[in-house]
Design a protein around this ligand. Sequence first.
Ligand code: 13P
Length: 330
Amino acid sequence: MTDLVAHARSLFAPGKGILAADESVRTATKRLASYGIATGPEMRRQYRDLFFGAESIEKHLSGIILFPETLLEKGNDGQLFTASLAARGIAPGVKVDGGTEPFPESPDELITQGLLDLHDRLVEYKKQGALFTKWRAVIRIDGDTLPSSMAIHENAKRLASYAKEVQSVGLVPILEPEVLLEGKHSRARARTVIEETLNALFSVLAEHAVDRASVVLKTAMALSGSESGRVDTPEEVAEDTLAALMAAVPSQIAGIVFLSGGQTPDQATANLAAITKHARSVGAPWPLTFSYARALQEESLAVWKGKEEQVPAAREAFLARLAKVSAALT
Ligand code: 13P
């Protein structure tokens, strides 16, 4: 096994998963504002410290995805975040895409940017302590018309170019083609779109000769759209999610992580537990775990509200959710 494959596999240590704490400045500002927290660079640093400084997170976390600015910042303990995470056995990762923009060929869809200066940035991030990376593409469902196959393919091509570049500098790529929850679509439609998106992705990865063994896939679960008026049972979600994955994902990749995508913390936990169980019964070939942002953070942010005196209670809420989510893996 190469070092890269070993790194990728270590993200799937039993009972552990990934915290996505890589919100861009724009997303972090919006997220914090929704809890009445005014932001700037220092408040964003406190926001990261709230989670990274919580006691014993290494029991449940194999990795944390950072936004590039966080690679250079220190926690309240005076240590670089990257150093204190690595010292606790938590791999620091970094979001390397440059966000989305309208896709010129189909302006209601989005395409992810960030390939132009990627190589030089990767070399820097690696020097700064990153061990793995993430690139997010978004796929929007609108009835039977979207996504277009052009948007699926262009996003797949960019994910493949990203993965190739990342592997060439000796880092692990997480490929995240996120099929969005927003919309009126059925769960069956979400399942079909996830399957189509992943089929396209893995055929483009093969054309680009990307080494599958160190690839980590980050995917949405197959869920009824947020405006469909339907809430799926965990068993329904597990069945359709696994059906899409089994049909499209090669057995050789390092593993699959799930995003929470706007589910409540309880839904994201129950659905992960059902997926874990169903994966065993259908003999899914890859290790599975979580890579959540909102579902792990929400309850804690509602307690914290940016107030220093609330940090202990907010960390307690975070640790309680983290324990529940990692228990969903067993
Ligand atoms: P959510 O769990 O909030 O969907 O975030 C995961 C993520 O990394 C999105 O890019």
